[in-house]
Design a protein around this ligand. Structure first.
Ligand SMILES: [Fe+2]
Length: 462
């Protein structure tokens, strides 16, 4: 009896410092196997001389009426034209690309094209065609509905993808899901930097690998540490050089001064993308931009406020433990004051979903440093489980901290279905299951319009 009382007291004490096990550590154990890159030969260029390749699209303005179409022509600068038209119409328009290229150590890129097409109709399917005469490639995309508070919209969420056989499983699972209309990508794309001299051919093969999705729906890009490609030992001093040449985003439309942080509105969401690997201390450009960004968010227009950043703030995995802490200290109070709904991160190669918690009371004099439940705080989701060459992060801290609602060391992706201004349904799909199975699922309630407790809505199916 005395022992039971002691245990109960200990649990209360532990709960106060928030380390009592309250969430779910999945009992699913993935077979531990090395993650192996698919060979370069798995990704041949498309047939035809100088055929456009590595096609990808992203949002091209602040509201969803613009699209940036990007592609590579390996041998010649031209053709540098995209032809596009409404699926239901006949009138064809043309847009010219800007062309860039770069050298990285002993690698020379092809000609990288970026064409921004604007003033498209909302909620409309368009075809577009690249190339001319003998070699043309045709794709299509659908613009989002007009920005508005009750517009349903469904995002896929992926991160840390790489180009292994596991990456392929993740992508194939996502592509097989008919719901996803755009992808929130939380950084670490090709993992070219894991090869000698950051073999940039791996950037090309990655572009071909993901084309089946990126050519047909926008991927919203976030920069991760594997985009840095900072390698002074081979005299490559310019951070983010390959990434910034290859992946353009509409940063100027949100008054940002850098493509590494920006925002967009899409349907009923306001999405803020931050850079974990750019300066964010007080007075820095990113800090100043974000301070001016939050007041621009009108929840009557875009109820759902979502942030993408690479290095997670709430991570109970031993891999990359506490790496996001300095950015959390800088920005978490803003996230709580502005009632951010969801924060998606990558970096850690496993999956974790938090409860709504904050840790904003701490200062250098008061010693209060434990996360507490907070209905104004975001849910933090770590989804760096795309399946890259570095393998799984399969070592969680013990015991599971109470802020951690669900965690599992498996590869997978998520689907976020925004239903209206109050409700969104969220599912996480591990690669070992068939796509309709959700290993983790929950309703999210909007923090501005319906700030109710969601914890009873979780339906973990482990
Ligand atoms: Fe990372």
């Amino acid at each position: 009896m005395a022992a039971m009382r002691f245990t109960a007291t200990l649990c209360v004490l532990l709960h106060i410092v928030v380390i009592c096990n309250a969430g779910v550590t999945s009992s699913y154990v993935r077979k531990s196997e090395p993650s192996i890159d698919m060979p370069v030969g798995s990704f041949p260029p498309p047939t035809g001389n100088n055929a456009p390749e590595q096609v990808h699209i992203t949002q091209g303005d602040h509201v969803g009426r613009g699209v940036i179409i990007s592609w590579v022509t390996p041998l010649l600068k031209h053709p540098n034209v995209v032809t596009y038209w409404e699926a239901e119409g006949k009138h064809k328009r043309r847009a010219h690309s800007t062309i860039t290229s770069y050298r990285y150590y002993n690698y020379s890129s092809g000609y990288i094209h970026h064409a921004t097409i604007r003033n498209l109709k909302y909620d409309t399917r368009y075809f577009y065609e690249l190339g001319t005469h003998h070699v043309t490639r045709r794709f299509s995309f659908t613009t989002p509905p007009k920005v508005g508070p009750d517009v349903p919209y469904t995002f896929g969420v992926m991160g840390d993808l790489g180009q292994t056989y596991d990456s392929n499983q993740t992508l194939e699972h996502y592509v097989s899901n008919p719901k996803g209309q755009a992808v929130l990508f939380v950084g670490d794309l090709s993992y070219a930097d894991n090869y000698p001299f950051h073999d940039n051919v791996k950037w090309d093969t990655w572009g071909r690998f993901v084309e089946k999705s990126t050519a047909n729906q926008p991927w919203i890009w976030t920069a991760g540490n594997h985009e840095l490609d900072f390698a002074p030992e081979i005299e490559e001093y310019e951070p983010f050089k390959p990434y910034l040449h290859r992946y353009h985003v509409p940063y100027k439309a949100s008054q940002s001064t850098s493509p590494l942080w920006y925002s967009i509105k899409r349907a009923s969401t306001y999405i803020i993308v931050l850079s974990s690997y750019s300066a964010y201390g007080k007075y820095t450009p990113q800090y100043e931009w974000l301070s001016q960004e939050f007041p621009k968010v009108n929840r009557s227009e875009t109820p759902w406020l979502i942030v993408l950043l690479h290095s997670p703030w709430y991570n109970s995995n031993n891999y990359h433990f506490m790496e996001g802490e300095s950015m959390r200290v800088m920005f978490e109070s803003w996230f709580v004051e502005n009632k951010v709904d969801l924060v998606f991160s990558g970096h850690v190669h496993s999956y974790e979903r938090s409860d709504r918690v904050s840790n904003v009371k701490y200062n250098i004099t008061d010693g209060l440093s434990a996360p507490v439940k907070d209905p104004s705080a975001p849910v933090y989701i770590t989804i760096g489980d795309g399946g890259n060459i570095e393998g799984l992060a399969n070592s969680f801290t013990q015991p599971q901290p109470s802020y951690s609602a669900y965690r599992e060391a498996s590869f997978g992706h998520a689907i976020l279905e925004i239903k209206n201004r109050t409700h969104a349904y969220y599912t996480w799909h591990r690669n070992q299951d068939s796509e309709p199975v959700a290993a983790d699922s929950t309703w999210f309630y909007n923090r501005f319009w319906y700030p109710m407790d969601e914890t009873s809505s979780s339906t973990n199916m482990v």
